[in-house]
Design a protein around this ligand. Sequence first.
Ligand code: SF4
Length: 228
Amino acid sequence: MVVKEIIHKHLSYTSIPEFFDGEYWPSQIWYCLRKQYYSRVSPIPMSLESKKFTTLGTIIHEFIAETLKKEESVRVESEVPIRIPHPNRHDVVISGRADDIIIVTVGKSRYVVEVKTIDDLESKRSYLPRKEHIAQLNVYLRAYPNSKGIILYVDRGSFEMEEFEISFNPDLFNETIKRVEMLHDYLIKRELPPPEAKENQDMKWQCDICEYRAKCERQISSNSNKKF
Ligand code: SF4
């Protein structure tokens, strides 16, 4: 148990991310709006289970980037900064260090690669690629015009992989911008957004790994009690 305890102790050291007003990360915009609101207004540290989940994702991402770097004809960049000002609102920007993508250049072709780790890829093939993953990559494609996007799903258990090629979609980018605006307005007004993931079949899985689930459910039940 000695080694396990040491690893758990280190995994438990979590710092709460520092958010700046008006700056929104591409990797989070398609999370449940209520969850994003909580994580900015009353943040709590990530649970050990979530930390394990993200740590495995990071390890696999780094392995993929390092493996691609071994290919002589390929140029690889990771942890690239992204900054996309809102087209109409000067107080809003999509920004962050894109440490979840890898830029791969082969000759004159450039690919923006988003690596997503997943449990039981085989049973989820029919749901892939997920809209929120396409939308996230779509933001990066806006920052890297004339690039192709690739979402690479990697099974955490079997290391099976599946890749999807994505092109920039301006309508989806506008949807993303609208989400950023909505979240920004909720935050400015300090108004709690609806429990988006609970109300949307395609997003419900987010509730299973949400640190704010208990708080969110207390809020839902207090709202329903007020109706009687
Ligand atoms: S429990 Fe679900 S609906 Fe509630 S904040 Fe978390 S992800 Fe959103």
